[in-house]
Structures are given as C-alpha cells and as structure tokens.
Write a new protein. Structure first.
Length: 97
C-alpha cells in the first residue's frame, strides 16, 4: 500500500473553500470536487474556524510550529553571538587606549 504525503493547504484556500460552501450556491460535494478535496475536509475546516472564532486565536499548523521553533533557536544563537561581539569590542577598545 502506498503512503501518500499529506497536502498542506493555505489558510486563505481553506477560508475561501468554507466561504463557498456557506454561500449554498452549489452543494458541498460539488465544491469539494471542483477544489480537488474531500467533503469532510470542508466540514473540518469550518469547525476549526468556528473554534477559532470562539477562542479568538487561530490554530497553528505543524509547519508553522516548526518554523517558529527554528526562528526561536536562531534568535537565541544570534543573541549569544551579539553578546560575544559586544564583549570583544570592549576588550579591544581597552587595549587601544
């Protein structure tokens, strides 16, 4: 059996799909077929957005969490480098006097 890679959809794509489904001009099955997704994804996305509306905070995607963790690590490394450079500048400034 073949393992499929999960496709990641942008927030804008999801919002537009849910908006189209809410308009009611076409059935949810027709909209899903046109967008190349399954009907249950529309339902899940609608429930996610309703939950976000109740809580007031958007749900983070796993990729976003990975990006955020990488940025935090890089930020910590750059802070350490900056502190080291400050100390080196002070050391060399004293030596030239």
């Amino acid at each position: 059996m073949e393992h499929r890679e999960h496709k990641r959809y942008s927030r804008e794509f999801k919002l537009e799909a849910v908006r189209l489904a809410a308009l009611g001009e076409k059935t949810k099955a027709q909209i899903a077929r046109e967008l190349g997704i399954r009907v249950n994804l529309l339902r899940n996305w609608r429930l996610e957005f309703e939950e976000e509306e109740r809580c007031g905070t958007p749900k983070r995607q796993p990729a976003q969490e990975d990006d955020l963790a990488n940025l935090r690590r890089e930020n910590a490394r750059l802070r350490e480098e900056n502190e080291l450079l400050k100390k080196a500048a002070i050391y060399f400034a004293r030596g030239s006097m």
